[in-house]
Design a protein around this ligand. Structure first.
Ligand code: GLN
Length: 483
Protein backbone atom coordinates (compact mmCIF):
# COMPACT_ATOMS: atom_id res chain seq x y z
CA UNK A 1 0.00 0.00 0.00
CA UNK A 2 2.89 2.36 0.77
CA UNK A 3 5.11 1.34 -2.11
CA UNK A 4 3.42 3.69 -4.57
CA UNK A 5 3.86 7.07 -6.23
CA UNK A 6 1.54 10.04 -5.77
CA UNK A 7 -0.15 9.41 -9.11
CA UNK A 8 -0.76 5.75 -8.28
CA UNK A 9 -2.19 6.56 -4.86
CA UNK A 10 -4.34 9.37 -6.28
CA UNK A 11 -5.77 6.78 -8.67
CA UNK A 12 -6.44 4.30 -5.85
CA UNK A 13 -8.22 7.03 -3.87
CA UNK A 14 -10.43 7.87 -6.83
CA UNK A 15 -11.29 4.28 -7.66
CA UNK A 16 -12.08 3.70 -3.96
CA UNK A 17 -9.45 1.00 -3.64
CA UNK A 18 -8.57 2.75 -0.43
CA UNK A 19 -9.78 5.79 1.52
CA UNK A 20 -7.57 8.59 2.74
CA UNK A 21 -8.45 7.68 6.34
CA UNK A 22 -7.24 4.09 5.81
CA UNK A 23 -4.13 5.26 4.04
CA UNK A 24 -3.35 7.84 6.72
CA UNK A 25 -3.84 5.26 9.48
CA UNK A 26 -1.51 2.91 7.64
CA UNK A 27 1.25 5.54 7.54
CA UNK A 28 0.65 6.50 11.19
CA UNK A 29 1.08 2.83 12.11
CA UNK A 30 4.32 2.61 10.13
CA UNK A 31 5.65 5.75 11.83
CA UNK A 32 5.07 4.02 15.19
CA UNK A 33 6.52 0.74 13.98
CA UNK A 34 9.74 2.41 12.81
CA UNK A 35 10.01 5.06 15.50
CA UNK A 36 13.64 4.11 16.25
CA UNK A 37 14.62 5.85 12.99
CA UNK A 38 13.73 9.08 14.81
CA UNK A 39 12.62 10.73 11.57
CA UNK A 40 9.70 12.62 13.14
CA UNK A 41 9.88 15.21 15.91
CA UNK A 42 6.08 15.52 16.16
CA UNK A 43 3.41 13.18 14.82
CA UNK A 44 0.08 14.98 14.37
CA UNK A 45 -2.09 11.89 14.49
CA UNK A 46 -5.41 13.51 15.39
CA UNK A 47 -5.14 16.41 12.96
CA UNK A 48 -4.03 14.02 10.21
CA UNK A 49 -7.12 11.84 10.61
CA UNK A 50 -9.36 14.93 10.58
CA UNK A 51 -7.66 16.11 7.37
CA UNK A 52 -8.08 12.62 5.90
CA UNK A 53 -11.80 12.59 6.62
CA UNK A 54 -12.19 15.99 4.98
CA UNK A 55 -10.15 14.72 2.03
CA UNK A 56 -12.39 11.68 1.62
CA UNK A 57 -15.38 14.02 1.37
CA UNK A 58 -13.59 16.23 -1.13
CA UNK A 59 -12.61 13.21 -3.22
CA UNK A 60 -16.29 12.52 -3.80
CA UNK A 61 -16.68 15.94 -5.41
CA UNK A 62 -15.11 17.20 -8.61
CA UNK A 63 -12.75 19.71 -7.03
CA UNK A 64 -10.19 17.28 -5.58
CA UNK A 65 -6.57 18.07 -6.40
CA UNK A 66 -3.96 15.43 -7.20
CA UNK A 67 -2.60 15.68 -3.64
CA UNK A 68 -6.01 15.49 -1.94
CA UNK A 69 -5.87 12.75 0.68
CA UNK A 70 -2.16 11.99 0.18
CA UNK A 71 -0.16 11.70 3.44
CA UNK A 72 2.87 14.00 3.40
CA UNK A 73 5.02 15.53 6.14
CA UNK A 74 6.78 18.84 6.69
CA UNK A 75 10.34 19.53 7.76
CA UNK A 76 10.07 21.07 11.24
CA UNK A 77 11.40 24.36 9.91
CA UNK A 78 8.03 25.28 8.35
CA UNK A 79 5.62 27.05 10.70
CA UNK A 80 2.41 25.11 11.27
CA UNK A 81 -0.44 26.91 13.00
CA UNK A 82 -1.30 25.45 16.40
CA UNK A 83 1.41 22.80 16.08
CA UNK A 84 4.87 22.75 17.64
CA UNK A 85 7.51 24.11 15.24
CA UNK A 86 10.89 23.41 16.83
CA UNK A 87 13.42 23.83 14.03
CA UNK A 88 15.31 21.02 15.77
CA UNK A 89 16.20 23.29 18.70
CA UNK A 90 15.66 23.42 22.43
CA UNK A 91 15.14 27.15 21.83
CA UNK A 92 11.81 26.45 20.08
CA UNK A 93 10.88 23.24 21.88
CA UNK A 94 7.89 25.06 23.41
CA UNK A 95 7.00 27.12 20.32
CA UNK A 96 3.54 26.66 18.85
CA UNK A 97 3.46 28.58 15.60
CA UNK A 98 0.63 31.12 15.39
CA UNK A 99 0.41 30.91 11.59
CA UNK A 100 1.17 28.64 8.64
CA UNK A 101 4.14 28.99 6.31
CA UNK A 102 2.99 29.68 2.74
CA UNK A 103 4.23 26.22 1.73
CA UNK A 104 2.12 24.60 4.47
CA UNK A 105 -0.86 26.72 3.46
CA UNK A 106 -0.51 25.56 -0.15
CA UNK A 107 -0.36 21.89 0.83
CA UNK A 108 -3.42 22.42 3.03
CA UNK A 109 -5.31 23.98 0.15
CA UNK A 110 -4.44 21.03 -2.07
CA UNK A 111 -6.05 18.75 0.52
CA UNK A 112 -2.86 16.86 1.36
CA UNK A 113 -2.80 15.22 4.81
CA UNK A 114 0.07 16.23 7.10
CA UNK A 115 1.35 13.32 9.21
CA UNK A 116 3.73 15.43 11.27
CA UNK A 117 6.95 17.42 11.52
CA UNK A 118 10.28 15.96 10.52
CA UNK A 119 13.59 15.83 12.34
CA UNK A 120 16.40 18.13 11.23
CA UNK A 121 19.70 19.63 12.34
CA UNK A 122 19.25 22.52 14.78
CA UNK A 123 18.19 25.57 12.74
CA UNK A 124 19.24 23.59 9.63
CA UNK A 125 22.91 23.90 10.56
CA UNK A 126 24.62 20.61 9.92
CA UNK A 127 25.15 17.79 7.45
CA UNK A 128 24.17 14.77 9.52
CA UNK A 129 21.09 15.57 11.62
CA UNK A 130 23.34 15.12 14.65
CA UNK A 131 22.95 18.71 15.85
CA UNK A 132 19.20 18.17 16.39
CA UNK A 133 18.01 18.70 19.98
CA UNK A 134 15.87 15.59 19.37
CA UNK A 135 18.77 13.34 18.43
CA UNK A 136 20.06 11.91 15.17
CA UNK A 137 17.80 10.53 12.43
CA UNK A 138 19.02 7.07 11.46
CA UNK A 139 19.62 6.02 7.88
CA UNK A 140 17.16 3.27 6.82
CA UNK A 141 19.94 1.68 4.72
CA UNK A 142 22.23 1.35 7.73
CA UNK A 143 21.05 2.15 11.26
CA UNK A 144 24.61 3.07 12.31
CA UNK A 145 24.93 5.66 9.56
CA UNK A 146 23.57 9.20 9.48
CA UNK A 147 20.65 10.07 7.23
CA UNK A 148 22.47 13.25 6.19
CA UNK A 149 21.47 16.79 6.97
CA UNK A 150 20.04 19.07 7.66
CA UNK A 151 16.84 17.45 6.25
CA UNK A 152 17.82 14.03 7.66
CA UNK A 153 14.39 13.23 9.08
CA UNK A 154 12.78 14.11 5.75
CA UNK A 155 15.09 11.84 3.76
CA UNK A 156 14.81 8.93 6.20
CA UNK A 157 11.00 9.20 6.23
CA UNK A 158 10.76 8.95 2.43
CA UNK A 159 13.31 6.12 2.19
CA UNK A 160 11.53 4.12 4.91
CA UNK A 161 8.13 5.04 3.44
CA UNK A 162 6.85 6.81 6.52
CA UNK A 163 5.25 9.45 4.26
CA UNK A 164 4.49 9.45 0.55
CA UNK A 165 6.60 12.55 0.02
CA UNK A 166 7.90 15.41 2.13
CA UNK A 167 9.38 18.89 2.13
CA UNK A 168 12.94 19.91 2.88
CA UNK A 169 15.00 23.07 2.78
CA UNK A 170 18.40 23.61 1.28
CA UNK A 171 20.81 26.38 2.29
CA UNK A 172 24.02 24.63 1.28
CA UNK A 173 22.94 21.09 0.41
CA UNK A 174 20.36 20.10 3.01
CA UNK A 175 17.93 18.58 0.52
CA UNK A 176 20.40 17.03 -1.90
CA UNK A 177 22.93 15.51 0.50
CA UNK A 178 20.41 13.62 2.70
CA UNK A 179 18.53 12.60 -0.48
CA UNK A 180 21.79 11.14 -1.78
CA UNK A 181 22.54 9.39 1.54
CA UNK A 182 19.05 7.84 1.72
CA UNK A 183 18.58 6.96 -1.96
CA UNK A 184 15.66 9.27 -2.72
CA UNK A 185 15.01 12.12 -5.17
CA UNK A 186 15.59 15.66 -3.86
CA UNK A 187 14.99 18.96 -5.62
CA UNK A 188 16.31 22.32 -4.50
CA UNK A 189 14.57 24.90 -6.72
CA UNK A 190 15.98 28.20 -7.95
CA UNK A 191 16.30 30.78 -5.17
CA UNK A 192 12.95 32.61 -5.12
CA UNK A 193 10.90 29.85 -6.79
CA UNK A 194 9.26 28.81 -3.50
CA UNK A 195 8.12 31.27 -0.83
CA UNK A 196 10.23 31.47 2.32
CA UNK A 197 7.39 33.00 4.33
CA UNK A 198 7.05 31.06 7.56
CA UNK A 199 10.14 28.99 6.84
CA UNK A 200 12.40 29.72 9.79
CA UNK A 201 15.35 31.69 8.43
CA UNK A 202 18.90 30.37 8.63
CA UNK A 203 20.73 32.27 5.88
CA UNK A 204 18.07 34.21 4.02
CA UNK A 205 19.98 34.78 0.78
CA UNK A 206 20.63 31.04 0.42
CA UNK A 207 17.62 29.24 1.98
CA UNK A 208 15.19 27.57 -0.38
CA UNK A 209 12.37 25.11 0.27
CA UNK A 210 12.05 22.10 -1.99
CA UNK A 211 10.88 18.55 -2.46
CA UNK A 212 11.99 15.10 -1.29
CA UNK A 213 10.24 12.17 -2.89
CA UNK A 214 10.61 8.74 -4.43
CA UNK A 215 11.06 10.01 -7.96
CA UNK A 216 11.07 13.02 -10.26
CA UNK A 217 7.45 12.51 -11.25
CA UNK A 218 6.36 13.05 -7.63
CA UNK A 219 8.78 15.96 -7.28
CA UNK A 220 7.04 17.67 -10.22
CA UNK A 221 3.67 17.36 -8.48
CA UNK A 222 5.04 18.69 -5.18
CA UNK A 223 6.84 21.62 -6.80
CA UNK A 224 3.67 22.52 -8.70
CA UNK A 225 1.95 22.91 -5.33
CA UNK A 226 4.77 24.80 -3.62
CA UNK A 227 6.05 27.18 -6.30
CA UNK A 228 4.94 30.70 -7.14
CA UNK A 229 5.09 34.33 -6.18
CA UNK A 230 4.06 35.24 -2.65
CA UNK A 231 3.49 38.82 -1.68
CA UNK A 232 4.55 37.92 1.86
CA UNK A 233 8.08 37.09 0.64
CA UNK A 234 9.74 39.95 -1.23
CA UNK A 235 12.43 37.62 -2.60
CA UNK A 236 9.94 35.21 -4.15
CA UNK A 237 10.02 35.43 -7.93
CA UNK A 238 7.26 37.06 -9.98
CA UNK A 239 7.52 34.37 -12.61
CA UNK A 240 4.92 32.13 -14.11
CA UNK A 241 4.93 28.55 -12.82
CA UNK A 242 5.00 26.13 -15.78
CA UNK A 243 3.21 22.79 -15.77
CA UNK A 244 6.01 20.54 -14.53
CA UNK A 245 4.24 17.19 -14.98
CA UNK A 246 3.29 17.93 -18.58
CA UNK A 247 6.90 18.56 -19.48
CA UNK A 248 8.17 15.19 -18.31
CA UNK A 249 8.24 13.38 -21.62
CA UNK A 250 10.76 15.30 -23.68
CA UNK A 251 13.45 13.15 -25.23
CA UNK A 252 17.06 14.02 -24.45
CA UNK A 253 18.53 13.90 -27.95
CA UNK A 254 21.06 16.67 -28.25
CA UNK A 255 20.92 17.61 -24.56
CA UNK A 256 24.29 19.11 -23.66
CA UNK A 257 25.67 17.90 -20.34
CA UNK A 258 28.68 19.59 -18.76
CA UNK A 259 30.96 17.76 -16.34
CA UNK A 260 32.84 20.28 -14.20
CA UNK A 261 36.32 18.89 -13.93
CA UNK A 262 36.66 20.33 -10.42
CA UNK A 263 33.92 17.90 -9.31
CA UNK A 264 36.02 14.90 -10.27
CA UNK A 265 39.30 15.64 -8.53
CA UNK A 266 41.20 13.06 -6.45
CA UNK A 267 39.19 14.12 -3.35
CA UNK A 268 36.23 12.20 -4.73
CA UNK A 269 35.92 8.55 -3.71
CA UNK A 270 36.81 6.52 -6.83
CA UNK A 271 33.77 4.24 -6.58
CA UNK A 272 31.46 7.24 -6.30
CA UNK A 273 33.17 8.76 -9.33
CA UNK A 274 32.62 5.51 -11.25
CA UNK A 275 28.94 5.46 -10.23
CA UNK A 276 28.44 9.02 -11.46
CA UNK A 277 30.23 8.28 -14.74
CA UNK A 278 28.00 5.22 -15.24
CA UNK A 279 24.97 7.47 -14.91
CA UNK A 280 26.49 9.83 -17.47
CA UNK A 281 26.88 6.82 -19.82
CA UNK A 282 23.13 6.21 -19.52
CA UNK A 283 22.54 9.78 -20.59
CA UNK A 284 24.78 9.24 -23.62
CA UNK A 285 22.58 6.30 -24.58
CA UNK A 286 19.59 8.62 -24.29
CA UNK A 287 21.19 10.90 -26.87
CA UNK A 288 22.95 13.47 -24.70
CA UNK A 289 26.29 15.03 -25.60
CA UNK A 290 28.95 15.30 -22.91
CA UNK A 291 31.41 18.10 -22.52
CA UNK A 292 34.02 18.84 -19.88
CA UNK A 293 33.76 22.31 -18.36
CA UNK A 294 35.90 24.09 -15.82
CA UNK A 295 34.84 26.32 -12.96
CA UNK A 296 38.04 27.46 -11.27
CA UNK A 297 36.31 29.52 -8.57
CA UNK A 298 34.51 26.49 -7.11
CA UNK A 299 37.35 25.84 -4.71
CA UNK A 300 36.43 28.98 -2.77
CA UNK A 301 32.81 27.94 -2.24
CA UNK A 302 33.17 26.44 1.25
CA UNK A 303 35.00 29.39 2.86
CA UNK A 304 32.75 31.95 1.14
CA UNK A 305 29.63 30.03 2.20
CA UNK A 306 30.64 29.69 5.83
CA UNK A 307 31.32 33.42 6.12
CA UNK A 308 28.04 34.42 4.44
CA UNK A 309 25.82 31.76 6.05
CA UNK A 310 27.25 32.45 9.51
CA UNK A 311 26.89 36.21 9.07
CA UNK A 312 23.25 35.87 8.03
CA UNK A 313 22.43 33.36 10.76
CA UNK A 314 23.93 35.60 13.44
CA UNK A 315 21.48 38.30 12.36
CA UNK A 316 18.49 35.97 11.90
CA UNK A 317 18.89 34.20 15.22
CA UNK A 318 19.25 37.42 17.21
CA UNK A 319 15.44 37.53 17.51
CA UNK A 320 15.60 34.45 19.75
CA UNK A 321 16.44 36.29 22.94
CA UNK A 322 14.18 34.79 25.59
CA UNK A 323 11.86 37.79 25.48
CA UNK A 324 9.30 37.26 22.74
CA UNK A 325 8.90 33.51 22.34
CA UNK A 326 10.87 30.32 22.71
CA UNK A 327 13.05 29.27 25.61
CA UNK A 328 13.52 31.57 28.62
CA UNK A 329 15.99 30.84 31.41
CA UNK A 330 14.73 30.63 34.99
CA UNK A 331 14.96 33.56 37.41
CA UNK A 332 17.01 36.00 35.32
CA UNK A 333 18.83 38.60 37.44
CA UNK A 334 18.49 41.35 34.86
CA UNK A 335 17.96 41.82 31.14
CA UNK A 336 21.55 40.91 30.21
CA UNK A 337 21.32 37.74 32.25
CA UNK A 338 18.01 36.91 30.54
CA UNK A 339 19.57 37.27 27.09
CA UNK A 340 22.80 35.48 27.75
CA UNK A 341 21.47 32.59 29.78
CA UNK A 342 18.42 32.00 27.58
CA UNK A 343 20.64 31.83 24.50
CA UNK A 344 23.45 30.04 26.28
CA UNK A 345 21.18 27.34 27.66
CA UNK A 346 19.01 26.81 24.59
CA UNK A 347 21.37 26.89 21.59
CA UNK A 348 23.52 23.87 20.79
CA UNK A 349 27.28 23.98 20.15
CA UNK A 350 27.10 24.21 16.34
CA UNK A 351 24.60 27.05 16.38
CA UNK A 352 26.77 28.94 18.88
CA UNK A 353 29.83 28.38 16.73
CA UNK A 354 28.06 29.86 13.70
CA UNK A 355 26.72 32.85 15.63
CA UNK A 356 30.21 33.60 16.95
CA UNK A 357 31.81 33.26 13.51
CA UNK A 358 29.10 35.37 11.90
CA UNK A 359 29.19 38.12 14.49
CA UNK A 360 32.96 38.27 14.14
CA UNK A 361 32.80 38.43 10.34
CA UNK A 362 30.31 41.30 10.51
CA UNK A 363 32.10 43.33 13.17
CA UNK A 364 33.62 46.70 12.38
CA UNK A 365 37.17 46.24 11.14
CA UNK A 366 36.59 42.67 9.88
CA UNK A 367 33.55 43.29 7.71
CA UNK A 368 35.57 44.24 4.61
CA UNK A 369 38.14 41.52 5.10
CA UNK A 370 35.62 38.69 5.51
CA UNK A 371 32.03 39.53 4.61
CA UNK A 372 32.69 41.78 1.60
CA UNK A 373 35.40 39.46 0.36
CA UNK A 374 33.04 36.48 0.64
CA UNK A 375 30.32 38.36 -1.27
CA UNK A 376 32.78 39.16 -4.06
CA UNK A 377 33.81 35.51 -4.19
CA UNK A 378 30.16 34.55 -4.37
CA UNK A 379 29.76 36.74 -7.44
CA UNK A 380 32.75 35.12 -9.14
CA UNK A 381 31.37 31.64 -8.41
CA UNK A 382 28.00 32.64 -9.94
CA UNK A 383 29.82 33.88 -13.03
CA UNK A 384 31.61 30.55 -13.41
CA UNK A 385 28.23 28.83 -13.42
CA UNK A 386 26.73 31.33 -15.86
CA UNK A 387 29.59 30.77 -18.26
CA UNK A 388 29.33 27.00 -18.01
CA UNK A 389 25.54 27.06 -18.43
CA UNK A 390 25.96 29.17 -21.57
CA UNK A 391 27.83 26.27 -23.11
CA UNK A 392 25.69 23.38 -21.84
CA UNK A 393 22.09 22.76 -20.72
CA UNK A 394 22.79 21.06 -17.42
CA UNK A 395 25.79 20.19 -15.28
CA UNK A 396 26.29 16.81 -13.64
CA UNK A 397 28.48 15.53 -10.86
CA UNK A 398 28.38 13.89 -7.44
CA UNK A 399 26.19 15.20 -4.61
CA UNK A 400 28.59 14.33 -1.81
CA UNK A 401 32.19 13.11 -1.59
CA UNK A 402 31.15 9.96 0.33
CA UNK A 403 28.16 7.76 1.05
CA UNK A 404 26.37 8.11 4.42
CA UNK A 405 29.06 8.20 7.10
CA UNK A 406 28.85 6.63 10.55
CA UNK A 407 26.98 8.29 13.41
CA UNK A 408 29.57 10.14 15.50
CA UNK A 409 32.27 9.84 12.84
CA UNK A 410 32.58 13.56 12.08
CA UNK A 411 31.05 15.25 15.13
CA UNK A 412 34.37 16.20 16.70
CA UNK A 413 35.72 17.86 13.54
CA UNK A 414 33.53 20.67 12.17
CA UNK A 415 35.74 21.15 9.09
CA UNK A 416 35.26 17.51 8.06
CA UNK A 417 31.53 18.01 8.51
CA UNK A 418 31.58 21.18 6.38
CA UNK A 419 33.37 19.30 3.60
CA UNK A 420 30.36 16.97 3.29
CA UNK A 421 28.74 19.80 1.29
CA UNK A 422 31.65 20.53 -1.00
CA UNK A 423 29.67 19.73 -4.18
CA UNK A 424 26.37 21.31 -3.18
CA UNK A 425 27.21 24.62 -1.54
CA UNK A 426 28.32 26.52 -4.64
CA UNK A 427 24.91 25.97 -6.23
CA UNK A 428 23.23 27.86 -3.35
CA UNK A 429 25.75 30.68 -3.63
CA UNK A 430 24.74 31.00 -7.29
CA UNK A 431 21.00 30.50 -6.52
CA UNK A 432 20.61 27.77 -9.16
CA UNK A 433 18.21 24.79 -9.11
CA UNK A 434 19.67 21.31 -8.61
CA UNK A 435 18.58 17.75 -7.93
CA UNK A 436 19.90 14.61 -6.34
CA UNK A 437 18.81 11.48 -8.16
CA UNK A 438 19.57 7.90 -6.98
CA UNK A 439 22.29 6.50 -9.26
CA UNK A 440 23.66 3.37 -7.60
CA UNK A 441 25.23 1.94 -4.48
CA UNK A 442 28.71 1.81 -2.98
CA UNK A 443 29.13 -0.67 -0.09
CA UNK A 444 25.35 -1.12 0.01
CA UNK A 445 24.75 2.56 0.59
CA UNK A 446 23.01 4.84 -1.93
CA UNK A 447 24.84 7.33 -4.14
CA UNK A 448 23.14 10.36 -5.66
CA UNK A 449 23.83 11.97 -9.02
CA UNK A 450 23.64 15.76 -8.90
CA UNK A 451 22.01 17.54 -11.84
CA UNK A 452 22.29 21.33 -11.91
CA UNK A 453 20.11 23.41 -14.21
CA UNK A 454 19.83 27.02 -15.27
CA UNK A 455 17.76 29.62 -13.39
CA UNK A 456 14.04 28.71 -13.25
CA UNK A 457 14.58 25.70 -15.52
CA UNK A 458 13.11 23.25 -13.01
CA UNK A 459 10.89 21.81 -15.73
CA UNK A 460 13.92 20.82 -17.77
CA UNK A 461 15.74 19.53 -14.70
CA UNK A 462 12.78 17.34 -13.69
CA UNK A 463 12.51 15.96 -17.20
CA UNK A 464 16.25 15.15 -17.31
CA UNK A 465 15.88 13.28 -14.01
CA UNK A 466 12.65 11.57 -15.11
CA UNK A 467 14.14 10.27 -18.37
CA UNK A 468 16.95 8.65 -16.39
CA UNK A 469 14.41 7.10 -14.03
CA UNK A 470 12.59 5.60 -17.03
CA UNK A 471 15.68 3.53 -17.92
CA UNK A 472 17.09 2.79 -14.44
CA UNK A 473 15.54 1.47 -11.23
CA UNK A 474 17.84 2.84 -8.52
CA UNK A 475 15.04 5.09 -7.29
CA UNK A 476 12.79 2.06 -6.77
CA UNK A 477 15.10 0.25 -4.36
CA UNK A 478 13.79 -0.02 -0.84
CA UNK A 479 15.97 -0.65 2.21
CA UNK A 480 15.80 -4.08 3.83
CA UNK A 481 13.06 -4.36 6.42
CA UNK A 482 11.02 -1.39 5.12
CA UNK A 483 9.32 -3.09 2.13
N1 GLN B 1 25.56 21.63 5.94
C1 GLN B 1 25.39 23.01 5.57
C2 GLN B 1 25.39 23.87 6.79
O1 GLN B 1 25.52 23.37 7.84
C3 GLN B 1 24.13 23.19 4.77
C4 GLN B 1 22.93 23.11 5.61
C5 GLN B 1 21.67 23.48 4.87
O2 GLN B 1 21.61 23.40 3.64
N2 GLN B 1 20.68 23.92 5.60
O3 GLN B 1 25.27 25.04 6.73
Amino acid sequence: MHNKTITEIAHDLRTKKISSVELTQHYLDRIKQFSTLNSYITVTEEQALVQARVADERLKSKDAALLTGIPIAQKDIFCTEGIKTSCGSKMLDNFIAPYNATVVEKFNQSGAVMLGKLNMDEFAMGSSNETSFYGVAHNPWDAHAVAGGSSGGSAAAVAAQLAVAVTGTDTGGSIRQPASFCGITGLKPTYGRVSRYGMIAYASSLDQGGTMSRNAEDAAILLQTMAGFDEKDSTSAQKMVPNYSENLNQDLKGLKIGLPKEFFSEDLDSEIAATILNAVEEYKKLGAEIKEVSMPMLKYAIPAYYVIASAECSANLSRLDGVRYGYRCENPKDLDDLYTRSRGEAFGAEVKRRILMGTYALSAGYYDAYYIKAQKTRRLISEDFKKALNEVDVLMGPVAPSTAFGIGEKTSDPIQMYLADIYTIAINLAGLPAMSVPAGFVDNKPVGLQIIGNYFKEAQLLNVAHQYQQVTNWHQKIPEGFQ
